[in-house]
Design a binder for this molecule. Structure first.
Ligand code: PLP
Length: 384
């Protein structure tokens, strides 16, 4: 690796004023301490409390949806989102081969089968054209249901994921869903603060899921939420994430086998404070992109991944695409050895042991991009 790369590293460390720059750190510059202290002082730290309701309301408003249901992590949110969207055991769910394992796990919790589709180079998310070509190849519409001719199973849903905060082509996916009787469920875990044609991501699917894990754009420690415009689905999601208990002052009556997935009040308190900072975080994440754009300009063989047309990205994780002149692992070793944390993309789902046998489409794009993408430090740029 040459002096251009050393300069790149020096500039990043100088900006963050650190000898070791992590990939993504939470930023607590708002009322986090005040709200969390309030929980401790009042004793309302656990499963019920005013911050949960407030967080759900604030989040729904921010994301431009009617309802948000807070849960304990993004994986739980995806599980319930798919379940209330109607995904059932022995059905298939289209999802990108490039995602965090939670998307495939959540489908599996229901007993459904992930069906992997390729990503687009424009978005790094589910490719609508390749999806439709694949449906025409293996699908058959019968009685208003899409059947996989090869497995005989119903294909129920499409679960796109907005990779590193970049929105996928949602309108194209919506029309594929209408045409082939599929339900759209967005894995919006990474895309709080990302817009497609001016509308917030997570508002296009029948149901969507967000994550507030420690490395996400805002954090509740651990947490997640289900978003929907459907009041009935939202109420059902709330019901089955809170043990399906019939409200009563002292009786414990539950009307189905359900989940204890609720978000504790103390985590919601953190979330309320973080959410207040979202406009500033987005500004500073996007300013970081401008900072990197200038730095990357002098690195040969590297492009900074930019938001797709018609979208506004939260730039959750900054992304470099390496050309064939660069060896990915050499770049990763060099950056990590020199105090700039960077990492490859996730192992594609179809290469993971639990999902190797799952049905899949042609995955040529992810196969070729796989060894060319890395993420670099993405904590919001310093203020001022
Ligand atoms: C973070 C993430 C999730 C959910 O993660 P949790 O750690 O369970 O909150 C789901 N899908 C994707 C794509 C993610 O990045």
């Amino acid at each position: 690796m040459n002096t251009q790369w050393l300069e790149f590293i020096d500039q990043i460390k100088a900006h963050y004023q650190k000898d070791f720059v992590p990939l993504h750190e939470p930023t607590f510059t708002g009322k986090e301490l005040e709200y969390v202290t309030d929980c401790i002082q009042t004793g309302w730290v656990s499963s019920v409390g005013a911050y949960v309701t407030r967080f759900e309301e604030d989040l729904a408003q921010f994301a431009g949806v009617k309802r948000a249901v807070a849960v304990m992590n993004g994986t739980a949110a995806l599980h319930i989102a798919m379940k209330v969207a109607g995904v059932q055991a022995n059905e298939e769910v289209f999802m990108p081969a490039l995602t965090f394992v939670a998307t495939a796990n959540a489908a599996s919790y229901i007993g459904a089968v992930p069906h992997f589709v390729d990503v687009s180079e424009k978005t790094l998310g589910l490719d609508p054209q390749k999806l439709e070509a694949h449906i025409l190849d293996i699908g058959d519409v019968k009685n208003n249901q899409l059947i996989n001719k090869e497995t005989g199973r119903v294909i129920r849903a499409v679960v796109p994921m907005h990779t590193f905060g970049h929105a996928v082509e949602l309108e194209e996916l919506q029309s594929i869903c209408e045409k082939y009787h599929l339900v759209l469920v967005e894995d919006a875990a990474e895309s709080l603060g990302t817009y497609y044609k001016g509308k917030h991501t997570g508002g296009f699917g029948k149901v969507s899921a967000i994550s507030f894990n420690g490395n996400k754009i805002i954090t509740t420690g651990g947490g997640g939420a289900i978003l929907t415009d459907d009041e009935e689905l939202a109420s059902y999601a709330k019901h089955i994430t809170t043990t399906a208990k019939i409200p009563h002052r002292w009786e414990y009556e539950h009307d189905e086998v359900a989940f204890n997935y609720r978000l504790p009040n103390i985590n919601a308190a953190l979330g309320c404070a973080q959410l207040e900072k979202m406009p500033e975080f987005i500004k500073r994440k996007r300013a970081l992109t401008a900072f990197y754009e200038e730095l990357v300009g002098s690195l040969e063989g590297v492009t900074l991944f930019k938001e797709p047309a018609n979208t506004s990205s939260n730039y959750w994780l900054q992304t470099l695409i390496l050309d064939d002149t660069l060896e990915r692992d050499e770049v990763l070793t060099f950056l990590n050895n020199n105090g700039v944390m960077s990492r490859p993309i996730w192992t594609p789902m179809h290469d993971l042991k639990p999902f190797r046998e799952c049905p899949r489409a042609n995955l040529s794009t992810i196969e070729s991009l796989n060894k060319k993408i890395i993420n670099i430090p993405s904590t919001p740029i310093k203020e001022g």
